[in-house]
Design a protein around this ligand. Structure first.
Ligand code: ADP
Ligand code: MG
Length: 699
């Protein structure tokens, strides 16, 4: 089959037609023959193996049985009518039922004949049965074939057009039978070196494997391709970008940096902070535009690193800006940094959605004149027509709400785009970073500032509430402050608020006012009200902060040493980790108490256990990825880069690393993939890009 034939619209495949083509497109993104060929089964059932009827023990798997079928009986009347028969083997019997196609089944079942029956059992009225099973007389069934039957995932809309797994299998069968030549996507060297089977053999066998052995080979080859082309596209993008875009050269570390470092730095940098600053400095001086991801656990001191980098920019005559995902966080950064720079004569300001028009005008003017040296803010920074005189460095805090697209916007802002440093508040596993942010360089702060006592974490069921209250009381008497956090679910903000108010009441009963005061912050308050409440807590006028998750990325208050999380099972792991990171910032022992009801799902339980077990952000991120699957992490779901059919970036970490190394090796010699041997790779990237929007961004 030529490449052209592979690009034929799916509508023209025998058995498809315009209506089915429509759902194939909308449900599965299958537009062409080639797309269908690349829609892989998610499992295979070995049709040469039989189960004993007595061994049927779940309704998750398909079972294949062999035995005689009893004479079918019609049961019930009118709409409830069904055909019922029993298949028996030496171990027992099980009911087969038909609600449709009754006449056909009745005629096909012959007494005394041995059948092969295949299907997925239902559990009904305390027993298993098979509804609409496949069945065939043994005599007609080829017992010698060790055929692995493919199963495809389907959707309700597809099923409505008879495209269940079996329906899709019919199409792939037709297609595979038509296929003669499928063009290669890897060059011969790679195929030879990795001992791969051809793409053609791989694609045919992934649908209709001749044996388990060749199926394994097919999966290996196609899985590798999945990982390899993402890495190749990402790295090529990176190479081309660094060639195409010059970077501002920050040659010196000058007066501002040194003054701050020597006179105002309130503490010694950790070794990890020093190393990271060094890595960044060498990027900034290289003449290439920096695009670096900085990972560091909660509390590892990223803000300070950001500040040092901004000072380097200023020392070289450039402006710097720091962008945060929320207003509260932007304000916090502004305050923290203003405090750090208090003794120095530098011009900085804050720009967010709620900055007044008059102030905004001043900011705009001062940015254009170059008077303003540091601008801190939210997305407003890049979304609006904010013009800098010479923006040299942009730091983005908490990148996961900040997509590839928005980064791209920055790169396009001027001829020489600013250096970009992206900081993550929640670590993501290295393999995930490699895939989602594979075009960025990577630094990690893997050390917390000294003297931090790890937060002690406990899990309490609701019944321990009295104990919790007396514990909180004791802590308040010791002069500490406390957070109590309630989950916030968008769909039912009212309900959450009710939860919060109820909790508040129960708290006030255990802490008779006026001895103690409580701050409340929730999502339905105005920004000024929130701020007012926050400020009271920050100043120590209130001892308890009752809040919904709006404090997730909030304040840094060393005196707050207890974090109580209500309905903890309703939070995701990374959120729990973030929340816990709000305490443990002072010298005192801090505590995190996870309150849950007795009703915990298996996943909920695992999340809580993970939190109690470890406070290492990287470990938590791994656990999170295992529980949720990578596609769900950190808003990367939309990033179709993770739409992997075969590869699993945890399980296949080794292969991923290898794919990346190989991609880098190839690009080292041939950065634009124009050597003749590499043109097949270039063509494949282009083809993938055409189909997937997100690929167009990275390639
Ligand atoms: P994050 O990485 O979570 O953004 P922050 O930058 O907010 O962490 O730092 C957490 C706390 O640790 C802050 O109070 C900060 O002042 C403090 N800190 C940062 N670096 C150091 C250091 N080297 N030694 C001691 N404290 C530090
Ligand atoms: Mg931070």
């Amino acid at each position: 089959m030529s490449d052209e034939l592979l690009q034929t619209p799916i509508e023209y495949l025998k058995g498809v037609g315009p209506k089915r083509a429509e759902v194939l497109r909308s449900e599965l993104n299958i537009f062409t023959f080639d797309d269908l060929l690349n829609y892989f089964p998610f499992r295979y059932v070995d049709r040469s193996k039989f189960s004993r009827i007595a061994d049927i023990d779940n309704d998750q798997n398909y079972f294949q049985l062999r035995g005689k079928i009893s004479a079918p009986q019609l049961i019930g009347a009118a709409r409830g009518r069904r055909l019922s028969a029993y298949i028996a083997d030496a171990s027992g019997e099980i009911e087969l039922v038909w609600f449709q196609g009754i006449k056909w089944a009745q005629e096909k079942i012959k007494p005394g004949v041995e059948y092969i029956v295949f299907g997925k059992p239902n559990y009904f009225n305390g027993r298993y049965n098979f509804a609409h099973p496949e069945f065939e007389p043994v005599a007609e069934y080829d017992l010698l074939s060790t055929q692995l039957q493919p199963f495809y995932s389907s959707t309700e809309k597809l099923k409505a057009k008879s495209l269940d797994s079996r329906g899709i299998a019919k199409l792939t069968k037709t297609l595979v039978a038509m296929v003669d030549v499928i063009p290669e996507t890897l060059n011969p060297e790679i195929i030879y070196r990795l001992k791969f089977i051809s793409r053609e053999e791989a694609l045919k066998n992934i649908h209709y494997p001749e044996s388990q052995e060749i199926l394994n080979k097919a999966i290996t080859r196609l899985k590798f391709e999945e990982l390899f082309f993402i890495q190749l596209a990402l790295l090529r993008h990176k190479f081309v970008r660094s060639k195409k875009y010059k970077g501002h050269v920050f040659r010196t570390v000058g007066e501002q940096f040194n003054t701050f470092y020597n006179q105002y730095l309130p503490f010694e940098l950790t070794n990890a902070q020093k190393r990271v600053v060094k890595e960044i400095r060498s990027d900034l001086g290289s003449g290439h535009q920096m695009n670096r991801l900085l990972q560091g656990d909660v509390g590892s001191g990223k803000t300070l690193v950001a500040l040092l980098c901004m000072l380097i920019a200023i020392d070289n005559g450039y402006q710097a800006s720091l962008m945060a995902p929320t207003e509260i966080l932007a304000q916090q950064h502004f305050k923290t940094i203003s405090r750090f720079l208090g003794g120095m004569n530098l011009q900085l300001n804050l720009l967010t959605g709620s900055t007044r028009m008059s102030e905004r005008r001043i900011i705009h003017d001062e940015l254009e004149s170059g008077k303003l040296q540091i601008l801190i803010g939210t997305h407003a920074l890049i979304e609006e027509k904010v013009q800098f005189k010479n923006l040299g460095l942009v730091i983005i805090d908490e990148q996961h709400r900040f997509g590839v697209e928005q980064r791209a916007k920055l790169w396009q802002k001027s001829d020489i785009p600013p250096h970009v440093l992206v900081m993550t508040a929640t670590p993501i596993p290295r393999t995930l970073a490699m895939t989602v942010y594979g075009d960025l360089d990577y630094s990690v702060i893997d050390e917390l500032p000294p003297g931090r006592k790890p937060v002690q974490t406990f899990h309490y069921y609701d019944s321990k509430r009295p104990l919790l209250h007396s514990f909180l009381k004791k802590k308040i008497e010791e002069g500490r402050q406390i957070y109590v956090v309630y989950p916030l679910i968008k769909e039912s903000e009212k309900l959450d608020l009710a939860d919060l108010m109820e909790g508040l009441e129960s708290l006030s009963r255990s802490f008779p006012l006026p001895d103690y005061a409580i701050s409340i912050v929730h999502g339905q308050m105005k920004a000024e009200e929130k701020d007012f409440e926050m400020q009271r807590f920050i100043r120590g006028e209130t001892q308890i902060m009752v809040a919904t998750t709006v404090i997730e990325v909030g304040v840094d208050i060393p005196n707050a040493s207890v974090m109580v999380i209500e309905n903890a099972e309703r939070f995701g792991l990374s959120q729990l980790h973030q929340l816990r990171g709000r305490v443990g910032r002072g010298a005192d022992q801090s505590f995190c108490i996870l309150m849950t009801s007795y009703k915990l799902t298996a996943d909920g339980k695992k999340r809580i256990e993970t939190m109690v077990r470890t406070s290492n952000g990287f470990e938590i991120a791994e656990a999170d990825m295992r529980l949720r699957g990578p596609g769900d992490l950190h808003g990367t779901r939309q990033s179709g880069i993770l739409d992997l059919q075969l590869a699993d970036i945890i399980r296949d970490e080794k292969m991923l690393r290898f794919a990346r190394e190989l991609a880098a090796e190839i690009l080292e010699d041939d950065p634009e993939l124009c050597n003749s041997v590499n043109q097949v790779l270039e063509a494949r990237i282009r083809q993938l890009r055409k189909h997937r929007q997100d690929w167009s961004i990275i390639s």
